[in-house]
Design a protein around this ligand. Structure first.
Ligand code: CTP
Length: 395
């Protein structure tokens, strides 16, 4: 097979022979090779000293090795590619939804057996030059079928519910009948609520990155997955909004925040600072939208739109086309600054040109000057000084 000519694979095989350990190509990249897709990053499984193997391979590839002993995994990063390496392992699920305990093992078949779907559960023995396919994964690939390996699969690891939909839509495969029954049962019996939000968010982000993410979300919604987790489903129209944001090349992290907003997710303790902020701003936007649509005066445009951060404004810009003109005006006028700054106000105070101005009011007067300038009412510094004097007399 072609991948055997790849320099990284040649080097990995040489090293495995020298260390006298078994080495297998596994997981998604192997599946993708069988689907005739271009693969640059490989997944390897070995049955020897992972730290030693990973470090030596990294050395030979002039890269670096990141080792996670607690998961029995590691990553060699070289140029801009990477190779994931894992020790052959079994996983024990002590509680549904919790991360499994991993145990190093020697048998590739046991390692394959703990995996999610048959299409991800075959291996290529790189030393013996043969395929190991105990669950007929290659047949399922040919027949375009997503099939779990055992009845408890979705219960042990409910993130596989997301994965099943993701792979089915990505490859245009069908979820096998019994697998679908078990998937639906796991949803109905609320196993999704056993996984942490962190893991759910990870899965949602993986989906957002996919080309056909809209189809995937539609499917998740139809299966009642969002309703179970967020107590809210995602309508077709809302999915179209997410699509619009993505088509506009809005960064995935921001599209994800918008997804949380749509799903009514408001748990501050789970959200990151930026997420919390954008969601709050979007809630505020909803309240003042009608005012924004009517506002004409440039100073008011500035005041209203300055409540939103850059990310929120981007979302509004894409989704609310009647507001685009005003946002463009805002982007321009927000750069307008008064000619007088804080330092000069201080000097004016020292020289007693003005009285009654406390430092805490500096920002107020500077904003006042800015708004006047935005309105085109202050032409030069003299006029600004006069305005400052007037303002302090009036307060
Ligand atoms: N795996 C699993 N159960 C999970 C996650 C992963 O059994 N919940 C196994 C699968 O065998 C999978 C491999 O671990 O192929 C690697 O996981 P990951 O990199 O997430 O999956 P890929 O199949 O490589 O997916 P993608 O094509 O999206 O990168």
């Amino acid at each position: 097979m072609d991948f055997k000519k790849q320099p990284v694979i040649i080097k990995a095989i040489e090293l495995a022979k020298r260390l006298n350990i078994k080495i297998f190509l596994v997981g998604g990249p192997l599946r993708d090779l069988f689907l005739k897709k271009r693969v640059l990053d490989f997944d390897l499984a070995i049955d020897g000293d992972l730290k030693k193997f990973g470090s030596l391979l990294a050395e030979r590839l002039k890269g670096r090795f990141i080792y996670h002993p607690q998961f029995l995994t590691g990553k060699v990063i070289y140029n801009s590619n990477y190779i994931d390496i894992a020790h052959l392992r079994d996983e024990i699920y002590e509680q549904p939804g919790a991360l499994p305990k991993v145990i190093p093992i020697k048998d590739i078949v046991v390692d394959l057996k703990r995996r999610d779907f048959t299409i991800n559960a075959f291996a290529y023995d790189l030393l013996e030059d043969k395929i190991i396919d105990p669950f007929s994964g290659i047949d399922d690939l040919k027949n375009r079928i997503i099939r779990i390996l055992h009845e408890r699969s979705f219960i042990d690891d409910p993130t596989r519910i997301f994965r099943a939909i993701r792979f089915a839509k990505r490859f245009n495969f069908k979820i096998e009948r019994k697998t679908l029954i078990l998937l639906k049962r796991a949803i109905k019996e609320s196993y999704l609520t056993t996984i942490s939000y962190q893991r759910i968010f990870h899965e949602l982000n993986l989906i957002l990155k996919e080309k056909k993410f809209d189809k995937m979300f539609f499917s998740l919604s139809q299966l009642g997955i969002f309703k179970k987790i967020f107590n809210k489903s995602l309508s077709y129209w809302n999915i179209q909004k997410l699509k619009k944001l993505k088509n506009f090349k809005i960064p995935i992290e921001i599209v994800f925040i918008y997804l949380l907003y749509l799903l009514n997710f408001r748990k501050p303790e789970i959200l990151k600072k930026e997420e919390r902020k954008v969601i709050e701003e979007l809630d505020y936007f909803k309240k003042i939208k009608r005012r924004l649509l009517k506002v004409k005066r440039r100073s008011e445009i500035y005041q209203l739109f300055s409540s939103f951060s850059f990310s929120t404004l981007k979302i509004i810009y894409v989704l609310e086309s009647p507001l685009r003109k005003r946002i463009k005006i805002y982007e321009k006028i927000k750069e307008i600054r008064p000619l007088i700054n804080g330092k000069e106000l201080k000097k004016m105070l020292e020289r007693k040109i003005i009285k009654n101005l406390k430092e805490k009011d500096f920002s107020k007067i500077l904003l006042h000057l800015k708004l006047k300038r935005i309105e085109g009412k202050l032409k030069n510094k003299e006029e600004e000084i006069k305005e400052v004097i007037r303002w302090t007399q009036g307060h």
